[in-house]
Design a protein around this ligand. Sequence first.
Ligand code: C5P
Length: 299
Amino acid sequence: MTALTLNSPAKINLFLAVVGRRPDGFHDLVSVVSQVGFGDTLTVESTDSGEFALECDDASLVVDERNLVLRAARAFREASGWPGGARFRLIKRIPQGAGLGGGSSNATTTLRALNTLAGRPLGLDSLADLAARLGSDCPLFLHPAPLIMRGRGERIELLPEVGVARLRNRRVWLFKPAFGIETPWAFRRLAARAPGGYLAPSEAEERLTEWIERSERPAEKLLFNTLESVSFDKYIALPALVSQLREMFDLNVGMSGSGSTCFAFVPESAPANLGLAVKDVVMDAWGPETFFAETSLAP
Ligand code: C5P
């Protein structure tokens, strides 16, 4: 096999409790995360050159060695000893600075693709270690099902089926204003509020367990994000729209990661044209450069 085309999906955090600062400067999280049906496409062609090269249809993306695709490729070569080269072509649909994990997803998709092209020299544990070194959100993309992430993001377990059943295939609207939010900024700002900014670890676990165990509680009741208060305080266009969508359509709106993407579940009884009405309100509030997509959580 010399070429592969893989989907590199976005993720959303349905539940994101930041529970404290670690000695390494990162934060400990308790998060429920799901991949969505929307994402980038990565084509990988193996070459004999021993070099890695990246092209992307989005000219605003850095395609030199800082790009996570090339960083992942180099990490893969170091870990596996694979001598081959590859040409990567990325079709970018996931917006940047969005909290949708686009770069992390590209990195993990690169690891998976190269591992396949190289004849699977690395097992899942080695890929997970490599992914964790590339970024906190990278390991989650090794597993398509909804997950619970803990630690910096590297401790992953499958969400129990009683929870997955309420999430599977639920449709969501994703919407992001023209501006992005820098994740390090959001965590720094939260840390400056400490200790008040964090949720106690026991409270995070209790909230999550309660949602999982009370099977009558719909997906909407899981929504929680510690970073929302930080991002919403500065970027007031976010809470303004969230209130509007709640009042007009009774929607529960969440924010993914540190933002700026917000999302809402499509109500199960929604009339067919509700998406257009919601999109009109979002575009009117945030302007014509707003990203808007309807997709669904992982099957
Ligand atoms: O790991 P990643 O490069 O995606 O993280 C980006 C930044 O977000 C980190 O440099 C750190 O400032 C912050 N972060 C954090 N705790 C996490 C994940 C990210 O403080 N668990």
